[in-house]
Design a protein around this ligand. Structure first.
Ligand SMILES: NC(=O)C1=CN([C@@H]2O[C@H](COP(=O)(O)OP(=O)(O)OC[C@H]3O[C@@H](n4cnc5c(N)ncnc54)[C@H](OP(=O)(O)O)[C@@H]3O)[C@@H](O)[C@H]2O)C=CC1
Ligand SMILES: CCCCCCCCCCCCCCCC(=O)[C@@H](N)CO
Length: 329
């Protein structure tokens, strides 16, 4: 018996050591003084909170969105939060991130001409329209991928070239906890967010040997204008299921997102459910301790997860029962 425990501890220790010596060195930044930070979707919600935090840390900030009214209000709020108002520049650029690559490139070239090379890109523009898949407007199905995937992929394609040349830079992808588990009512939306996750993990491997870093964020429900809007199309089942992850504040999420990126975290996670979901389904290796904890806890967490999943299926079954009762009345 003892020999097995000893062997197990030995193997874990060896694994930890191998990881310790294999991991790329962490690139850690204390602040963003004089760095140019671009936030798509920076005029509202999580993106605006992240832009405010970047301004507090000394960055020059560009926010991107479509509605110039919202953008100029955001610029005023971000400017008010600058650490050194006289030297920091804050601007907005009206751009639809679902545009074709040429338009994105043109806009980003002029963004860099105005405030300098981009040090950090936060891809936060995104939205969710809920519903059962076969009832979803085909145009909406396409929009969910155009905005949530291509809206991240194209700006990233552009900044990666310059960042790799300068051998510095941070990129954040804003995915979702709905990219770790499939949920009733999020069918069209989560596909785009899963795509973002796939792109992130491949690009991270392509960054080996450089000082460019990418952080993949998995927000839970967050109390933003976008969230209020999405609630209008959200089926009862989806509400009952996602309540498991709680409702979070955009300021907490935006702030942590910036700090996780600055400290070189591969994943940025904001809730207990996010911690468990990334533990089960994630692929990142951030530290020896993380992997050791995974090895020790995975089977128990899997059991918990199966219970939770079964309860989600029950929520859907109950919903169906209620709908049938209404029909037969
Ligand atoms: N809130 C939540 O519960 C969660 C949100 N997320 C993700 O976080 C991100 C931010 O969400 P949230 O803060 O709630 O969203 P909001 O709706 O509050 O803000 C969305 C931002 O994106 C911009 N945007 C939308 N479409 C486009 C477009 N085509 N081109 C350029 N900009 C665009 C909006 O400006 P404008 O409309 O003027 O273009 C706005 O600035 C999204 O990617 C979302 O999917 C992930 C998990 C949970
Ligand atoms: C103890 C807990 C165990 C873990 C169980 C898993 C819980 C699953 C909840 C998933 C919630 C999905 C939120 C998606 C938010 C989102 O992307 C939209 N709001 C878009 O704006």
């Amino acid at each position: 018996m003892f020999i097995y425990i000893f062997l197990f501890v030995f193997v874990l220790g060896a694994l930890g050591l191998v990881i310790h010596f294999s991991l790329d060195k962490k690139v850690i930044y204390k602040d963003l003084k004089n760095k140019h930070v671009v936030v798509t979707g920076g005029s509202s919600g999580i993106g605006k909170s992240a832009a405010v935090e970047a301004a507090r840390l000394g960055a020059h900030v560009t926010v991107i969105g479509r509605d110039t009214g919202k953008l100029s209000a955001a610029v005023a709020e971000i400017t008010a939060n600058c650490r050194d108002k006289n030297n920091q520049k804050v601007q907005y650029v009206a751009l639809d991130v679902t545009s074709d690559y040429k338009a994105i490139e043109k806009s980003f070239v002029s963004i860099e001409e105005k405030l300098g090379p981009i040090f950090m890109l936060i891809n936060c523009a995104g939205m969710c329209i809920c519903g059962q898949f076969e009832k979803t407007d085909p145009d909406v199905i396409k929009q969910m991928v155009d905005l949530n995937y291509f809206g991240t992929a194209y700006p990233t394609r552009y900044v990666l070239q310059g960042m790799k040349k300068r051998n510095e830079g941070l990129i954040v992808f804003v995915s979702s906890e709905a990219a770790l588990i499939g949920i009733y009512g999020y069918s069209a939306y989560s596909a785009g967010k899963w795509a973002v996750r796939g792109l992130a993990e491949s690009v991270i491997m392509e960054l080996v040997g450089t000082n460019v870093r990418l952080t993949l964020a998995f927000p839970p429900d967050t109390d933003t204008p976008g969230f209020k809007n999405e609630d209008l199309t959200k089926p009862e089942e989806t509400k009952l299921i996602s309540v498991t992850a709680g409702l979070h504040s955009p300021d907490d999420v935006g702030k942590q997102m910036i700090h996780d990126a600055l400290t070189g975290k591969t994943y940025s996670v904001y809730s207990v459910s996010g911690t468990l979901l990334t533990l089960l389904f994630g692929g990142s290796i951030d530290s020896p301790m993380q992997v050791v904890l995974q090895v020790l806890s995975l089977s128990v967490v899997r059991i918990i997860m199966v219970g939770i999943l079964l309860s989600f299926y029950n929520i859907v079954r109950d919903g169906l029962k209620k709908k049938n009762e209404v029909k037969t009345k």
